[in-house]
Design a protein around this ligand. Structure first.
Ligand SMILES: NC(=O)c1ccc[n+]([C@@H]2O[C@H](COP(=O)([O-])OP(=O)(O)OC[C@H]3O[C@@H](n4cnc5c(N)ncnc54)[C@H](O)[C@@H]3O)[C@@H](O)[C@H]2O)c1
Length: 262
């Protein structure tokens, strides 16, 4: 492994670190030499991921802290436990995907309450986590924050691809991810003088056995001709988490097979 891309000795906090993308990030960060703190609501998923990572890498340094990213007390507990165990926080990856029971409805069925609730949990949770972690990174005089946004933070949806499927692209998601892309820019200039970099990654749709008609129409719109795999996203995470990207801040890295180019 090139030293430039090494994560050796770095402490990386990953919210939603046991989810679809988060578990891939956790595994690959460990493989690249990092210590990982999994910040998760879902205890069983986190514990089974840790067991599976430890089977592969016996010396893995990995900590699970149960936390709801919308609760300041929970975040404070993450910070206390991380500092106690690993002394500092080098990288925060904001990756959790909070949503309420009504999330994912068609625009005309989304209530004001559900719109606000989902925005509060997701964009608000990323804000709160970032704010609290910056307090720690400021004292360290260095830090690195990576926000997982989405192509739908910058693109409008093509509703034709959802026709005859139960799927849609929720209006809340557009508002949330647009906010996260722009919060990335805000925090990048706010925190630059403290030696903290802030970037985002915007993945395209990950293939998870969606309806065939959707997959076909989605892939036809992608220059590289396919949906993303979770493994496609990790290279960007390693790049932004490592010193290879030390002069990059405020950027939004599109990992979408070229979908956003035309
Ligand atoms: N899957 C995709 O196609 C895709 C595409 C682009 C961007 N993304 C983004 O990637 C990120 C991860 O998505 P995913 O598909 O892996 O989702 P996922 O649902 O598989 O994982 C998200 C994890 O977040 C955890 N979580 C939810 N609410 C939380 C809270 N309040 N506090 C702490 N943890 C909480 C869940 O327990 C879960 O393990 C999200 O930000 C999502 O918007 C996903």
């Amino acid at each position: 492994m090139s030293a430039l891309f090494s994560l050796q000795g770095k402490t990386i906090v990953i919210t939603g670190g046991a989810g679809l993308l988060g578990s891939e990030f956790t595994r690959v960060c460990i493989q690249h030499g990092a210590r990982v703190v999994i910040v998760e609501l879902h205890e069983e998923k986190a514990k089974s991921l840790i067991a599976s990572v430890r089977k592969e890498i016996k010396t893995a340094e990995i900590l699970f802290v149960k936390c709801d990213i919308t609760k300041e007390k929970d975040i404070q507990n993450v910070l206390i436990k991380t500092i106690r165990e690993y002394k500092n926080i080098d990288v925060l990856i904001n990756n959790a995907y909070p949503r309420n029971a009504h999330y994912g409805r068609n625009m005309e069925d989304v209530t004001y309450e559900d719109f606000c609730n989902n925005l509060n949990m997701h964009a608000g949770g990323y804000f709160l986590m970032t704010k609290k972690v910056i307090e720690v990174m400021r004292k360290q005089k260095k830090g690195n924050i990576i926000n997982i946004a989405s192509i739908y933070g910058i693109l409008g949806p093509d509703f034709r691809i959802y026709k005859n499927t139960p799927m849609t692209m929720p209006i809340e998601y557009a508002a949330i991810k647009g906010a996260i892309v722009n919060m990335t820019k805000y925090f990048s200039t706010y925190a630059a003088s403290y030696g903290i970099r802030v970037n985002s990654i915007s993945p395209g749709g990950i293939f998870t056995d969606q309806p065939a008609s959707f997959v076909k129409k989605y892939c036809e719109r992608v220059p590289l001709g396919r949906m993303a795999k979770t493994k496609d996203i990790v290279g960007g995470v390693i790049y932004l988490a490592s010193d290879a990207s030390s002069y990059i801040t405020g950027q939004n890295l599109m990992i979408d097979g070229g979908l956003s180019v035309w």
